[in-house]
Design a protein around this ligand. Structure first.
Ligand SMILES: [Ca+2]
Ligand SMILES: [Ca+2]
Length: 374
């Protein structure tokens, strides 16, 4: 199945990349190729590489000096109260998102924007948390890969120079050693100046850890979609029936020819600072597009066929026929790499999926919080 890379193929790609790197060129060249890949990632790099320094201290200093925009743990600042209600969930356009079915959710708070680099930096500063992409790789997870090639890193979108077949995502996704939330495109990139951009290169487990620290939790898939539909009719896009109502882009997605020619007609070739696009009727930003967002539900392709109608929490076990045995969680909303040409899963009701410990540079999250008891 095509996916605009909901990093569902990431696990296999990771193994593939490490194996290929070993056989072709060894560890030194692996790093050399990755550095070069970062250098030629032109459009996304222009948006991300605003300084040469990648010092953590500098990042934390800049966060400390920002104007109090960091959400404080256990608060509902920068959250929107959703009273709850009933809606039609899913879409009949995708096998794993049908049938469209009635679901009701109880009230909850939801972040008005994706969790930002500044917010995640505050979490790391307070807890010294190390994300999965920064941790050593366990040889047991990568049988057949030489131990010297097991270098921490993550998946980075690296568009080819020319037009390519859309059948092989390894032409535009690379495993880059040193890529992490602080270095989204690789060791030479950093997030200085991108404090209000959504944090990326975070796995489900990283997102969950942040949410717990903040006194929040990850949204259920139903809560996420209820917030995205925002009481509107069941239309193709969350915002309506037209891709560009009144000629204006409603979300940060991909324009041009995927994957090599991103015209950035909507103003952004990579992730945009949160709240760059119009808010929805509930006052929430960037649910569709910008970066994919983790949900708390495990992923099953057949879940909608028998899921509960009231506050569904996801299945008790994961199953993706594309990768049997790999535990995955649901992702929603699509990203700046989604278009009608490739990965149209930014449209309303569609579902993404990703291996629980994997990350990439167009995947982030937001949090929800239950009603505070008096
Ligand atoms: Ca865009
Ligand atoms: Ca989003």
């Amino acid at each position: 199945m095509r996916s605009g890379l909901t990093n569902n193929e990431y696990y296999e790609m990771k193994k593939y990349s490490l194996i290929v790197a070993f056989f072709v060129s060894g560890l030194y060249t692996l790093f050399g190729q990755s550095a070069n890949a970062v250098a030629v990632t032109t459009m996304s790099c222009e948006a991300m590489c605003k300084a040469n320094t990648s010092k953590k201290a500098l990042l934390l200093q800049s966060v400390k000096g920002s104007s109090g925009a960091i959400s404080v743990a256990n608060s509902t600042d920068e959250m929107v109260w959703i009273p709850g209600g009933e809606f039609n969930m899913g879409t009949n356009d995708y096998p794993d998102a049908k049938p469209v079915h009635k679901v009701s959710v109880k009230g909850y708070w939801i972040d008005e924007h994706e969790v930002t680099n500044a917010q995640f930096a505050a979490f790391v500063a307070a807890t010294h948390y190390l994300t999965i992409a920064e941790r050593p790789l366990d040889p047991k997870d990568y049988p057949g890969v030489p131990i010297e090639n097991l270098v921490p890193g993550s998946a980075v979108f690296s568009p080819p120079a020319g037009k390519v077949s859309l059948e092989n995502m390894q032409q535009w996704w690379r495993y880059v050693p040193g890529a992490s939330w602080q270095h989204p495109s690789g060791p030479e990139s950093n997030i200085v100046g991108l404090e209000n951009n959504p944090v990326v290169q975070v796995s489900y487990l990283d997102a969950k850890a942040y949410a717990e620290w903040a006194g929040k939790r990850l949204p259920t898939e139903a809560e996420w979609e209820f917030a995205a539909r925002a009481g509107r009719p069941h239309t193709k896009y969350y915002w309506g029936t037209d891709l560009k109502p009144d000629g204006k882009w409603q979300a940060n997605i991909f324009q041009g020819t995927f994957p090599n020619n991103n015209t950035a007609e909507d103003g952004f070739a990579a992730a945009a600072p949160v709240k760059s696009f119009p808010k929805n009727p509930y006052g929430i930003y960037d649910l569709e597009g910008n970066v994919w967002e983790w949900c708390n539900d495990l992923y099953r392709d057949d879940y909608y066929k028998n899921s509960p109608n009231v506050n569904p929490q996801g299945p008790s076990s994961s199953n993706d026929p594309d990768e049997p045995g790999v535990e995955k969680h649901v992702q929603k909303g699509g990203s700046y790499l989604c278009s009608d040409q490739y990965c149209i899963r930014y449209v309303a009701g569609s579902r993404g999926k990703g291996e629980t410990t994997s990350a990439c540079n167009h995947l982030g999250f937001r949090c929800v919080k239950d009603k505070i008891r008096n």
